[in-house]
Design a protein around this ligand. Structure first.
Ligand SMILES: Nc1ncnc2c1ncn2[C@@H]1O[C@H](COP(=O)(O)OP(=O)(O)OP(=O)(O)O)[C@@H](O)[C@H]1O
Ligand SMILES: [Mg+2]
Length: 246
């Protein structure tokens, strides 16, 4: 679905997390919210998700003002948030309505997509971090949301697992073409996945730039144009040369 964020600010007692941020997400686009720690990325995503309603400004889904959660949104957090007493399968079907057999089939189909069909009967404590996060991805997809909101979904994972899951997200996107808004502070991740990158900066976070990337995906990391965009983003975020090399 399309998402319009119009002049959104969020004030908490004593702090303003984001100030007057506006951007537009087209249907089927993958949009990255990129910025340094504390610039309000999660705050904005929670507002779009309807998990927080205390913001000023307007958020429109499909052009309609919306304040509160929507069944059309699937949310993937930084940590998997699985229920330890339920199996992988039951974690995925939890919250689904309808006949049990149908639920099970839907969940198993998705567990196959995320490569966990053989782990359906396992419990969360028997999974690796990457497997747990893949379970969370299956759980978010099982309701067939038209839009996925992801808050640093891979930041707790090792570099190799992260690349695998990024590829998986691209495959899923090719299959289902969901709209996606993904919070990240990983510039390479944003450059690999996003059609548009919203750069937030400062405390309170303000919109610094809105970059459209038109390179087809999957993208080659060695693409010189992407290297230039990366350099530009690093400079915009005032990341000094020393930090880059660290
Ligand atoms: N519920 C809250 N109450 C008070 N202050 C909050 C609350 N949520 C966020 N903040 C403040 O808002 C600012 C932005 O926080 P937010 O979590 O959105 O940042 P972020 O960009 O997601 O950072 P990170 O990359 O570290 O996850 C911070 O100064 C934070 O302390
Ligand atoms: Mg955050």
């Amino acid at each position: 679905m399309s998402i319009q964020v119009e002049a959104v600010s969020r004030r908490f007692e004593g702090t303003t997390a984001v100030e007057n941020v506006s951007f537009y997400v087209e249907e089927g686009e993958i949009v990255g919210l990129l910025g340094t720690s504390g610039c309000g990325k999660s705050t904005l995503l929670r507002a779009v998700a309807g998990l927080d309603t205390g913001y000023e400004g307007t958020i429109r889904l499909h052009g309609q003002e919306k304040r509160g959660t929507s069944k059309e949104l699937g949310i993937i957090f930084q940590e998997p948030r699985l229920m330890p007493w339920l199996t992988v399968l039951d974690n995925v079907t939890f919250g689904l309505d309808g006949p049990k057999e149908e639920q099970k089939k839907k969940a198993l189909d998705l567990l196959e997509v995320v490569g966990l069909k053989d782990f359906a009967d396992h419990y969360p404590k028997q999974l690796s971090g990457g497997m747990a996060q893949r379970t969370a991805i299956a759980r978010a997809l099982v309701t067939q949301p038209s839009t996925l909101l992801l808050d640093e979904p891979f930041s707790a994972l090792d570099a190799f697992t992260k690349l695998q899951l990024q590829d998986m997200v691209l495959d899923l996107w090719n299959q289902y073409l969901p709209t996606m808004v993904m919070v990240t502070h990983d510039i390479d991740e944003a450059l690999a996945l996003c059609d548009r990158i919203i750069i937030l900066k400062g405390q309170p976070g303000v919109l610094h730039d809105n970059l459209k990337l038109t390179q087809p995906k999957p993208r080659r990391k060695s693409d010189p144009e992407l290297a230039r965009v990366k350099e530009y983003i690093l400079e915009s975020l005032d990341i000094t040369k020393a930090e880059k090399e660290a």
